[in-house]
Design a protein around this ligand. Structure first.
Ligand code: NAP
Ligand code: GCO
Length: 267
């Protein structure tokens, strides 16, 4: 009989979660570790990696941290080689590192637009390209791209981010299309509005003690009537990393408390 719970077991798997010293990446890494995986992560500077290592240690997790900018192709290739030597072939890649710039499009410098596309779209290409050859040799692999509500929707000030995350959705489908025959599954997770440092400016308490207008807007737009917590993404990440999802490919799993299904609370 099929042991369904065992299908979610990640014992013996090596996972690389990019930009995972804190925030969504950290929560996903914690969940993969709880399911049995060995965790590797990177961040831009040694001091951030050290903070990340301390965060993992506080959770009882022995993680492997690397200094690497995900936009630097040579640096990423070197990190992946080092992980293969020190830890093992990467079975699971989570393309999590990301940035956002909230600037009206007509005021945005092309350099800023390019920077967002570089981190949020070019880097998942660079990191996926670096791990795929060994996944092909090993006969399996899981790639998870952290997409967004902005893979589907637009809003004021986030043109570059929406362009990048919409592109990431299609990169996900293309990796699935191109490498499915090698038993590599590439799927996306589309988080809704999650309380992390990235969204902290949208939740700042106002000088009069009121909630930020955007904070109120999101509560009214989310059937769950709350912001997501980074830990809400753990279960879906384990599912898409495990044998339980071996025939799920090119899918974007929205973990949004129902935003994408909802027209919004009537005034
Ligand atoms: P966050 O709190 O800002 O964390 C992002 C992480 O990425 C940080 O650790 C950051 O490192 C790292 N990073 C940025 N650029 C990097 C680079 N070039 N190389 C290596 N690491 C880099 O963001 P988050 O909210 O956890 O978001 C994580 C992912 O989820 C992002 O892709 C984001 O777009 C996506 N997402 C977030 C939400 C949300 O509501 N929070 C919703 C949907 C999707 P430093 O701190 O050192 O810069
Ligand atoms: C914004 C937010 C979003 C979220 C997330 C939604 O300014 O609208 O930062 O883009 O971070 O990606 O899924």
């Amino acid at each position: 009989m099929n042991n369904y719970a065992q299908n979610f077991d990640l014992t013996g798997k090596v996972a690389l979660v990019t930009g995972a010293s804190y925030g969504i990446g950290f929560s996903i890494a914690k969940a993969l570790s709880a399911a049995g995986a060995t965790i590797c992560f990177n961040d831009l500077k040694q001091e951030f990696v050290d903070k990340g290592l301390a965060n993992y240690e506080a959770e009882g997790i022995k993680a492997h941290g690397y200094v690497c900018n995900v936009c630097d192709e040579e640096g990423v290739q070197a990190m992946v080689k080092k992980i293969e030597e020190e830890v093992g072939v990467i079975d699971i890649l989570v393309n999590n590192a990301g940035i956002i710039k909230r600037i009206p499009m007509h005021e945005m410098a092309a350099a800023d637009f390019r920077m967002v596309i570089d981190v949020d779209l070019n880097a998942p290409f660079i990191c996926s390209k670096a791990v795929i050859p060994s996944m092909i040799k090993k006969g399996h692999g899981k790639i998870i791209n952290i997409c967004s509500m902005m893979s589907e929707f637009g809003r004021e000030t986030v043109s570059a981010y929406a362009a990048a995350k919409g592109g990431l959705k299609m990169l996900t489908r293309n990796i699935a299309s191109e490498y499915g025959k090698y038993n590599i599954q590439c799927n996306g997770i589309g988080p809704g509005y999650i309380a992390t440092p990235q969204t902290a400016p949208l939740r700042e308490i106002q000088p009069d003690g009121e909630r930020h207008p955007f904070d109120k807007f999101i509560i009214g737009r989310t059937p769950a009537e709350r912001w997501g917590e980074a830990d809400d993404l753990g279960g879906p990440a384990v599912f898409l990393s495990s044998d339980a999802s071996n025939f799920v490919n090119g899918h974007i799993l929205y973990v949004d408390g129902g935003i994408a299904a909802y027209i919004g609370k009537q005034p």
